[in-house]
Design a protein around this ligand. Structure first.
Ligand code: NAP
Length: 489
């Protein structure tokens, strides 16, 4: 697939890193493949350690300029970036579908979702302020100010190639920080297109840098350089822990959006049709490759059979195929290893006593890419690996449980704590259970929890910090206290 010919604006097709306002190549390169057909889309330059160092130096210079701009100026440039992102939605969605496979209309939804953070943050720039404080000394005055943290290294995953960048970059820029962004090697093209649009929007040189290459070379510079003050990471818990350890030496701030193991709880008083629709929406977004994807669907015994019947009807209708085919509901998984991993989890569940209701096999031979069948499994044990780790694929796994107390115990029995879902019509249950669930976000009768105005993030091993809303911007500020000794007393 020649992507440059497929884009309305071919100048968005970039294969070099964006450092200090310039497009920069490297000695090495890596291939970006389309997981729907395994064709190579591009060879992207690897800028290596030298490129990472140059980007951090540029960001340090950029920070000196950007931090001094007025909030109104920051709002203006961010709104220009927003306008350009919205204007180029189709092209950005094309890049997402080509490099990670999700259906094109869903990719357009990701651009709208990601653009929301740019819009919200642009306006939030003007709402960053301190407070005056009561202080003990007579005549003295105390106040706080909020200042940008400094250079922020952002490391992002492939499952939301645009939104995981805007959700960090926009609030950081609104606060006055500068950025070095490293996208996942599977999805650099969307990130580089966003850099091209940032360039057109007019961020000062060095404020916005995107570097591509081997994480083993780029990572230590991004976490270790004394010029970097914060690491914003979205990805697996395992890599989050590693980056946190690397950041510890310089006592750098970390904001970590990590993996999840979301329970989707259906109580006996729930609207079962709405709950089945909710599972289908939340589960199959991005082919099940989201951190908030329902991983354990826990249904109260008395309604389990009726619920599974409804879910079977929904899942049987989900069609896997190339994301550019308008009939496809889900695209491929990110690569063949992901298919093998998901298949192994399913096989192990079956040998552990679970029953496949729908699907349960790779579709690589039929569809010619890294596809897995939309799958429903019934009756597994909570001790199986499929219940303990992130499935990250289109497999809905249903478990049965007795009552509120048992369900809460099972739902919380995981090191993760990102999103949980609860379907019930009983307000007492809503309060008791939403307060009892050890998760950062709870969707009550709601299968989508994230939006630009609300706090996104997890507890326990799902992360530290929040993205979105005023909290997302606050993450990128330092609180400073000023005391002025009494002058009139
Ligand atoms: P990943 O393997 O942790 O990789 C994420 C990013 O970290 C990639 O850019 C990766 O680049 C980079 N990385 C890996 N090792 C590194 C190192 N030593 N130094 C610097 N960078 C390093 O995660 P993924 O497979 O891309 O994404 C899936 C995971 O992300 C899932 O666990 C999912 O739940 C989580 N996620 C969480 C959220 C949230 O908001 N909580 C949102 C989306 C995804 P390389 O591939 O080059 O190593």
């Amino acid at each position: 697939m020649d992507l440059s010919n497929r884009l309305n604006d071919p100048a968005l097709f970039k294969t070099q890193s964006y450092i200090n306002g310039e497009w920069v190549g490297g000695d090495a390169s890596f291939a970006v493949d389309n997981p729907a057909n395994r064709q190579t889309l591009a060879e992207v330059s690897d800028v290596g350690e030298a490129g990472a160092k140059a980007a951090v130096t540029a960001a340090a210079e950029g920070f000196r300029v950007w931090r001094k701009t007025s909030p109104f100026e920051r709002t203006r440039v961010l709104l220009k970036w927003l306008e350009l992102i919205q204007e180029h939605t189709d092209d950005l969605a094309t890049l997402i579908t080509a490099e990670m496979g999700k259906p094109w209309r869903e990719a357009k939804g990701e651009i709208a979702y990601g653009a929301g953070f740019v819009e919200w943050s642009a306006h939030e720039a003007a709402r960053i302020h301190g407070e005056t404080l009561p202080v003990p000394a007579p005549g003295a005055r105390g106040w706080t100010i909020r200042q940008p943290v400094g250079v922020v290294s952002c490391i992002t995953p492939w499952n939301f190639p645009a939104a995981m960048i805007t959700r960090k970059a926009a609030p950081a820029l609104a606060a006055g920080c500068s950025l070095v962004i490293k996208p996942a090697p599977e999805t650099p093209l969307t990130a580089l297109a966003l850099a091209e649009l940032a360039d057109r929007a007019g961020f000062p040189k060095g404020t916005f840098n995107v570097i591509c290459g081997d994480a083993a070379k780029l990572g230590p510079v991004m976490t270790g350089s004394p010029d970097v003050r914060m690491i914003g990471f979205t990805g697996s818990t395992e890599v989050g822990k590693l980056l946190m350890r690397q950041a510890a030496d310089g006592i750098k701030r970390v904001a970590l959006e990590l993996g999840g193991n979301a329970p989707f709880i259906v109580m006996d008083d729930a609207d079962l049709d709405a709950a089945a629709t909710g599972v289908a929406q939340a589960k199959f977004r991005s082919g099940g490759q989201t951190c908030v994807s329902p991983n354990r669907i826990i249904v109260q015994d008395s309604v389990a059979d009726a619920f599974i019947e409804r879910l079977e009807a929904k899942i049987s209708a989900v069609k896997a195929g190339d994301g550019f085919d308008t009939e496809s509901d889900i695209g491929p998984l990110i690569h063949d290893e992901a298919v093998e991993r998901v298949d192994a989890l399913v096989k192990q569940a079956v040998s552990g006593g679970a029953r496949i209701v729908v699907g349960g096999q790779p579709l690589a031979d039929e569809l010619g890419g890294s596809f897995y069948a939309p799958t429903l499994i019934d009756g597994g044990s909570f001790d199986l690996e499929i219940a303990r780790s992130e499935i990250f694929g289109p497999v809905a796994s249903v478990y049965r449980a007795k009552d509120e107390e048992q369900i809460l115990g099972l739902a919380n029995d995981t090191p993760y704590g990102l999103a949980a879902y609860l379907y019930t019509r009983d307000m007492g249950r809503v309060h008791r259970m939403s307060e009892g669930l050890d998760y950062g976000m709870i969707g009550v009768n709601a299968p989508m929890v994230g939006s630009a105005s609300t706090p996104f993030g997890g507890v326990k091993e799902s992360g530290i910090g929040r993205e979105g809303g005023k909290w997302g911007v606050e993450e990128f500020t330092e609180l400073k206290y000023v005391l002025l000794a009494g002058v009139n007393s």
